[in-house]
Design a protein around this ligand. Structure first.
Ligand code: AMP
Ligand code: GLY
Length: 426
């Protein structure tokens, strides 16, 4: 089987790596990939936005299965373009991808299918939204969440604990800080609790959760500082115990599947449910229609089954027959980012210690890296995901950091407390 993975991040690196372990896979291509992916697989210089170019390549190369990593090509309709060309691809079509692309679409779906989530209101203008924010704080709310209604690379959400901050962010939305995504804004009840990520495979008939995970969205230790794409992750997430998982399954996943069937959504892909475990049970913060990154790096380290086989079964509508086995080990992924991330950062510094890190037994997945003059340099905000397993969470943490400590470039940053919540529960 020949496989094409679309994207250039840590998620795509781990997907290439895991797919290539299948005895059925003869070749893995990645478009466009990054320096780390290029060391192991064949990278093709086609951007994720060139849907027709990607489909042409897949036809020419007789690709048997394409996996689209990031949300942008899915929301742009890569699945529709590939299907029209008679090509097999994993992911929802453009219409169903609105579950991630439009927070208003997702919220209406949650309400219609009784999926527990925060109360919210959608606004198309600044004044009524600002009035609503003021009235919520006046009524005693401790916080409020403002969400620009569209893809904003993880930056279109503010959790505010006062009306002044909330309204300033709201103004930015309507003044174009997030382009068209800010023309419509959701103002949402603030939920309190511990977050977790539930990744589930969906083929339209069956929904099957993968191992639980948790990421660390904030830049700084103790979950402080600004939100980022994710500074590290681990699996399993002990906050998702048997009882919580049963509630997620019956209230979220089963209802989601009812919605997919009733609305006849074309969804043969991956559903990522961001949940808040509140004292009233799990509530959905967001849906994404692709693997969470860095969560997928930790989750895939624990998958013992053949990922290519599983994904092919999803695409063929046979997910119910897939065998999905997990290692009992824990996995931890520590992200190393460029200094200054998530705002401005300097690029082009040589990264050293990659071989020494790999020699520890950890796997270094690349995100924002390129090759320049034969050297691997940082070119993105999140640069590497250093991922390791261990028989318990403490060992996995120690194994991941032993590898992290070998790696260096000028101004690189990482959190030293990844998985601290899991550790505290042991
Ligand atoms: P979203 O893109 O909707 O997942 O929001 C990004 C992040 O904002 C989430 O991972 C949470 O950390 C936070 N967040 C979103 N919605 C809420 C909410 N209703 N209450 C508290 N925090 C939230
Ligand atoms: N780690 C969160 C995300 O992938 O959206």
């Amino acid at each position: 089987m020949k496989i094409l993975v679309v994207g250039n991040g840590g998620r795509e690196h781990v997907l290439c790596w895991k797919l290539a372990q299948s005895p059925k896979v003869s070749k893995v291509f990645c478009a466009p990939g990054n320096a780390g992916i290029a060391e192991e697989f064949e990278c093709v210089d086609i951007p994720v936005s060139d849907l027709n170019g990607l489909a042409e390549f897949a036809k020419e190369q007789r690709i048997d299965l394409t996996v689209a990593g990031p949300e942008a090509p899915l929301c742009d309709g890569i699945v529709d373009v590939f299907r029209a060309a008679g090509l097999k691809i994993f992911g929802p079509d453009k219409y169903a991808a609105q579950l991630e692309g439009s927070k208003d679409f997702a919220k209406n779906f949650m309400i219609k299918y009784n999926i527990p989530a925060a109360k919210s209101k959608t606004f198309n203008a600044f004044e009524p939204a600002a009035e609503y924010i003021n009235s919520e704080f006046a009524a005693g709310e401790q916080g409020i969440v403002i969400k620009a209604d569209g893809l904003a690379a993880g930056k279109g959400v503010l959790v505010a604990d006062c009306a002044v901050d909330a309204i300033e962010f709201l103004k930015g939305c309507f003044d174009g800080a997030f382009g068209e995504s800010g023309n419509r804004v959701l103002v949402e009840e603030c939920l309190f609790g511990e977050e977790a990520s539930i990744l589930a495979l969906v083929d339209g008939k069956t929904i099957t959760p993968l191992a639980s995970s948790q990421d660390h969205k904030r830049l700084l230790e103790n979950d402080g500082g600004p939100n980022t794409g994710g500074m590290g992750a681990y699996s399993p997430a002990p906050v998702v115990d048997k009882n919580i998982m049963e509630q997620v399954t019956s209230q979220v996943l089963d209802n989601f599947l009812v919605g997919v069937k009733t609305e006849q959504l074309d969804f043969k892909g991956l559903l990522f449910v961001g949940i808040m475990v509140t004292d009233k049970g799990p509530k959905v913060l967001e849906f994404n229609v692709r693997f969470g990154d860095p969560e997928v790096q930790a989750v895939m380290m624990r998958l013992e089954s053949d990922l290519a086989d599983i994904i092919m079964k999803v695409v063929d509508g046979e997910l119910a027959d897939a065998a999905i086995e997990w290692s009992d080990d824990c996995a931890v992924c520590v992200v190393i980012a460029s200094g200054g991330y998530p705002v401005a950062y300097e690029k082009g510094y040589e990264i050293t210690g990659l071989d020494a890190a790999a020699a520890t037994g950890a796997k270094v997945f690349h995100a924002g890296t390129s090759k320049a003059d034969g050297k691997i340099v940082n070119t993105g905000g999140r640069v590497l995901g250093v991922t390791a397993k261990g028989s318990d969470i403490k060992t996995a943490i120690s194994n991941a950091y032993s590898a992290v400590e070998k790696i260096h470039w000028q101004n690189c940053i990482y959190r030293k407390d990844i998985a601290y919540r899991a550790l505290a529960r042991t």
